[in-house]
Unconditional design. Structure first.
Length: 363
């Protein structure tokens, strides 16, 4: 069920960007937090396999992630830039009310700089938003990828970074200023949101101590969510959304792993895998789909049935095209890894680990 869960999270991000929906809590923020925990789990399993089967595991792991994220992202970026040049900025969709200058396009193509549009760290040439608006979170994710080989090799680094970054995140929850708050420190940047990744990472390790730390983190987020909802010490809306997302993340991951151990019908497995493959394209193309529908139909970007249905259809069509393109890239990924799939190189489970290689093989 991991594919279905990831697709549903991508759909939540899509809906969160439609103006006119009045959310008590932003589903997109909670979905991104869930994505981060799931990514922490999957990437920990992934780099362990590279450690077993690659002569240079760190290099092979990072190259594999580049081939996973960048081809589809660069196509979405190129399409967005081409349409912005052809049609001009969107008249009604705030995320694409911007000019794609050459420098901005270059910085967006590099991806990592796309994170730096929120205080206290800002690259002015990137403002007001990434050209592929969700790209800031991909940049956060890639910062995690850069840390991952170091965390895997030197566990002492993890034991230092976990309390340090948790302290940054907690500070963001309780400190309110224009540049230092729960949105910037606790959500956008890796040095504040890293504990959410590490909750999944530690859960993937499978040992008793690691699982206890992961569950302790989850329990802490449950307590923080309670405080945030009750308005005790934590008063920022974004902090409520982050803590609730983290509270949901580990149960969703556990549900996916539990379903992976069951003998599901072949048709359901195929649909689950297909939906999982579509989650990333939907995530990176939905804002472009809004822009296309707005321009071609004249409908305003709004929470109307006509617009949402049309945008979802365009987004799905674009996502299917990107998925087909990515299948060609997969051949290169397989050659780079030296094994056909993560499932083929599944490590033997340690004591306390779950037999979930099939789940981890999907990314």
């Amino acid at each position: 069920m991991l594919g279905l869960i990831r697709f549903a999270l991508a759909a939540a991000v899509l809906l969160s960007h439609v103006p006119g929906f009045h959310w008590a809590l932003n589903p997109g923020v909670m979905a991104v937090i869930c994505f981060y925990t799931i990514s922490g789990y999957l990437m920990r399993r992934s780099i362990e396999r590279f450690g077993r089967y690659s002569a240079r595991p760190a290099r092979a792991f990072l190259a594999d992630r580049v081939l996973k994220l960048f081809p589809q992202y660069l196509v979405a970026l190129a399409a967005t830039v081409a349409l912005l040049w052809a049609w001009g900025p969107s008249p009604g969709f705030w995320l694409l009310q911007q000019e794609p200058t050459p420098l901005k396009v270059l910085l967006n193509a590099l991806l990592l700089p796309a994170n730096y549009i929120f205080g206290p760290f800002v690259i002015p040439q990137l403002l007001p938003h990434p050209l592929v608006p969700p790209a800031w979170s991909l940049a956060t994710e890639f910062h995690f990828y850069l840390l991952l080989p170091l965390l895997f090799r030197w566990r002492a680094l993890l034991l230092v970074l976990l309390p340090a970054t948790l302290a940054v995140q907690l500070f963001g929850f309780v400190h309110e200023s224009p540049t230092l708050n729960s949105d910037t420190l606790s959500y956008r940047y890796i040095f504040g949101v890293l504990p959410v990744f590490l909750m999944g990472y530690l859960y993937a390790e499978g040992g008793t101590t690691s699982r206890r730390i992961a569950f302790a983190l989850w329990f802490l987020y449950v307590l923080l969510a309670g405080c945030a909802l009750a308005g005790v010490a934590i008063h920022q809306q974004r902090a409520r959304e982050i803590t609730l997302g983290a509270t949901m993340a580990l149960p969703l991951l556990a549900l996916a792993l539990a379903s992976g151990r069951r003998a599901l019908p072949a048709a359901l497995k195929r649909w689950d895998e297909r939906l999982g493959n579509l989650a990333y394209p939907v995530f990176i193309t939905h804002c472009l789909a809004f822009f296309v529908v707005e321009h071609l139909t004249g409908m305003p970007v709004s929470a109307t049935a006509g617009f949402v249905t049309s945008a979802a259809a365009v987004c799905l069509a674009g996502s299917l095209a990107l998925e087909q393109m990515q299948r060609r890239v997969e051949r290169l990924r397989i050659g780079l890894r030296g094994f056909a799939s993560m499932k083929d190189a599944a490590p033997q489970p340690r004591a306390g680990a779950e037999p979930d290689a099939r789940i981890a093989s999907r990314d």
